[in-house]
Write a protein that binds this ligand. Structure first.
Ligand code: C2E
Ligand code: CA
Ligand code: CA
Ligand code: CA
Length: 286
């Protein structure tokens, strides 16, 4: 705390200090944690809204910290992003997820709706800017034997706002190889909808805030109009629409009626161990 200057914002704040110390400690511990294998991935199923069959899963990273227990990505991804450790960490997440998807496919070649199980991996802005992204992705796919079409990379809408050709080029290369690109948290940014045509994306992931407003059945008429508009625009551009954060059957039903294609949320399953995706998909096949 600074010497008293009559400014109440300079008052000591022990909680803020503790948070800063933890942040600092976590940041310093990241590289060793990666080396020691303290990170692990949970997978949350993505289901077809039409028939509820599992078509893949999103990979969500966690940190099993020796003192603090299991930490969610919101606690450390921003730190890893800030220090650049997100590049090796993200590479590990991608390699591990792709290997896992290949394993699911070997055990269980098709979901009920047909088509092999797929995996979605989140990319943060630093990874997007990293020159090794395309080469790393190609290498990971080749090593695992997973076909590029079974990988979907999720990029937030905000990371692509105002994106120039330099930023879009690697994404275009990946899309040309057959990798799907999804626009995550869609509807929270202020991107020009017409801009969508310029982006090499094939999936829109509608932000959870839209799902939340579908709590009631019927939901808020204005939100319904907005979702209807997004779905019709997306489909006219041949993009699929995924909804996230589905917690109730009423939400699922409403979003299905509005034409959304796939869904993810606690209503179906919480993120969990990789084997569960496989067994959910198997149950499906009955
Ligand atoms: P996201 O990509 O938007 O992921 C969805 C988040 O919603 C996940 O939080 C998931 O556990 C949570 N979720 C799923 N279903 C429900 C539901 O029905 N209700 C509610 N309230 N929440 C639900 P999580 O796992 O804490 O991840 C937070 C964020 O961390 C992710 O948001 C993503 O932006 C980031 N993240 C996770 N893994 C990675 C990674 O490997 N790399 C990068 N760069 N970012 C990651
Ligand atoms: Ca995501
Ligand atoms: Ca999201
Ligand atoms: Ca989010």
């Amino acid at each position: 705390a600074k010497a008293a200057g009559g400014n109440r914002f300079e008052r000591a704040d022990p909680e803020a200090d503790a948070r800063a110390i933890t942040r600092h400690g976590l940041t310093n511990a990241l590289p060793a944690a990666l080396e020691r294998g303290e990170f692990f991935i949970e997978y949350q199923p993505l289901v077809h809204l039409g028939d509820g069959s599992v078509h893949g899963a999103e990979a969500l990273v966690r940190w099993s910290h020796p003192q603090h227990g299991v930490l969610g990505p919101d606690r450390f991804i921003p730190l890893a992003e800030h220090t650049g450790l997100i590049v090796p960490l993200g590479r590990w997440v991608m390699a591990e997820s792709v290997r896992q998807a290949r394993f699911w496919q070997e055990r269980h070649p098709g979901s009920r709706a047909g088509g092999p199980l797929r995996v979605n991996v989140n990319l943060s802005p630093t990874q997007l800017h990293h020159p090794g992204l395309v080469a790393d992705t190609v290498e990971v796919l080749e090593r695992s034997g997973l076909e590029p079409g079974a990988l979907c990379l999720e990029v937030t809408e905000s990371a692509l706002i105002g994106a120039d050709d330099d930023l879009l080029k690697p994404l275009r290369q990946l899309a040309d190889m057959g990798v799907d690109i999804a626009l995550d948290d869609f509807g929270t940014g202020y991107s020009n909808l017409a801009n969508l045509r310029r982006l090499p994306v094939s999936v829109l992931k509608l932000d959870r805030s839209f799902t939340q407003s579908m709590q009631q059945h019927p939901a808020d008429p204005v939100d319904i109009k907005i979702v209807e508009g997004i779905v019709s625009l997306a489909h006219s551009l041949h993009l699929a629409v995924t909804v996230e954060g589905v917690e109730t059957g009423a939400q699922a039903e409403q979003l299905r009626e509005l034409g959304c294609d796939t869904a993810q949320g606690w209503y179906y399953a919480r993120p969990g161990a990789p084997d569960r995706i496989h067994s959910l998909a198997l149950t499906d096949a009955v």
